[in-house]
Design a protein around this ligand. Structure first.
Ligand SMILES: NC(=O)c1ccc[n+]([C@@H]2O[C@H](COP(=O)([O-])OP(=O)(O)OC[C@H]3O[C@@H](n4cnc5c(N)ncnc54)[C@H](OP(=O)(O)O)[C@@H]3O)[C@@H](O)[C@H]2O)c1
Length: 365
């Protein structure tokens, strides 16, 4: 059952026209990519309204080839809006998504505010698209970018082999931490450019001075085994998200998942190594066949020819790229994979747009 529209006559009105869309957080790292996607994809929208903080009000951004003025987030900004995609920090989404739904909009939220709420579906259209139709709170949540970067490929393998365990390590791009993350890496790269670094302890950190930004250690010329905030027993919030969200999307509440999340000096596109164990025996040829025919997945796996996905090749593309597919030497039920996905496209904006389009199609009847 979908949420009844609180405004009388709204459903009939919606069916007679294209739905109106609000992009909340239009000026951010995810919001900017989302505007590009709206300009590229089939245009199913009536008005597209751009919202951000009062700091950005009055700025003009281009969408569908037209300049649109950014409005400050406020209650009246949702008047007449049918679908609102939220690309804002958790606390902003937690406060404003219920206001948007009370005004009659369906919210597609990219933040972590509602992902584990039992009354909010967590949706990846290629894996559990049906779940978007049941939204008791009028909200559909978009998974975190690390989970999204692997879950389309894993969903396809799970459908055939039955997933029982995941051990993953991520290599996460700085844009996963938003505009601030990108600005930080750029300023760190400028600070270390031309200097002889990486030979004595602390020299990289000293050269960068006070430019750590959202990261706990220098990320330029470095690898940082941390993403998110500290949770119980030494786990990071990002690692728990990978576990909890993979379980919810796949409908496997008992799935064993261990994740180690690592930040690397890449601007955009997350990579992951995945050890996936299944209920049934696997073959590399079988996995290749499943992945090659899975919507939204590209297999790039010929190490003899130097072919495997890397963030530099994958950035700006929509699919999940999979390479280095091997059967575990010690376990005929386990596969080893290397996966890359653009964290701002499928990892955030694209998945949200796909969900919003499903809702728009539903409204069109
Ligand atoms: N980056 C990723 O790879 C990724 C992937 C999946 C999910 N997400 C999630 O998506 C959301 C946005 O992330 P991002 O990386 O795009 O962050 P970002 O680059 O920091 O952008 C944040 C956006 O939120 C707006 N905003 C901040 N405070 C606001 C307020 N009080 N009222 C209204 N608007 C406000 C900002 O507007 P101003 O420009 O006016 O400040 C900006 O448009 C976050 O919840 C994040 O966790 C990000």
């Amino acid at each position: 059952m979908t949420t009844p529209f609180p405004v009388a006559g709204r459903a009939a009105d919606r069916a007679a026209r294209k739905p109106h869309l609000a992009v909340v957080g239009a000026t951010g790292a995810v919001g900017s990519v989302l505007l590009g996607l709206l300009s590229e994809r089939a245009d199913v929208w009536g008005e597209i309204r751009l919202l951000a903080s009062s700091r950005s009000a009055g700025r003009k951004l281009t969408v569908r080839g037209e300049e649109v003025e950014v409005l400050a987030l406020g209650e009246e900004a949702f008047d007449g809006i049918d679908v609102a995609v939220f690309d804002v920090p958790d606390e902003v989404a937690a406060q404003w998504a219920p206001i948007a739904t009370a005004k009659g909009a369906v919210v597609v939220d990219n933040s972590a505010a509602f992902r584990l709420d039992a009354d909010v579906p967590l949706v990846v259209p290629e894996v559990n698209g049906h779940a978007a139709r049941v939204r008791p709170r009028g909200i559909v949540a978009n998974p975190n970018c690390t989970t999204l970067s692997m879950i389309v490929a894993l969903g396809a393998l799970h459908a055939e082999y039955g997933l029982s365990e995941l051990v993953v390590s991520s290599y996460q791009a700085v844009s996963g931490a938003g505009k601030d993350g990108v600005d930080t890496l750029r300023s760190q790269l400028a600070a270390v450019s031309g200097t002889e670094l990486g030979t004595t302890p602390g020299d990289v950190r000293r050269a960068m001075g006070d430019t750590l930004g959202p990261f706990p250690a220098p990320v330029a010329l470095n690898v940082v085994p941390w993403a998110g905030s500290l949770k119980e027993d030494g786990w990071s919030s990002e690692e728990l998200k990978v576990r909890d969200e993979s379980r919810k999307i796949l409908g496997l509440p008992g799935l064993r998942v261990s994740a180690t999340c690592v930040r690397v000096p890449v601007i955009t596109t997350h990579s992951l190594t995945v050890h996936a164990r299944f209920e049934n025996e696997v073959t590399v040829a079988g996995a290749h066949e499943i992945l090659a025919s899975a919507p939204g997945v590209v297999v790039c796996d010929d190490p003899a020819q130097g072919e495997f996905p890397t963030p530099a090749d994958v950035v700006g593309t929509d699919p999940t790229w999979v390479g280095r597919v091997r059967r575990s030497l010690d376990d005929p039920r386990a596969l080893e994979l290397f996966v890359c996905g653009d964290n701002l496209r499928k990892g955030a904006a694209l998945n949200a747009v796909q969900i919003a389009e499903v809702v728009a199609a539903e409204m069109a009847g």
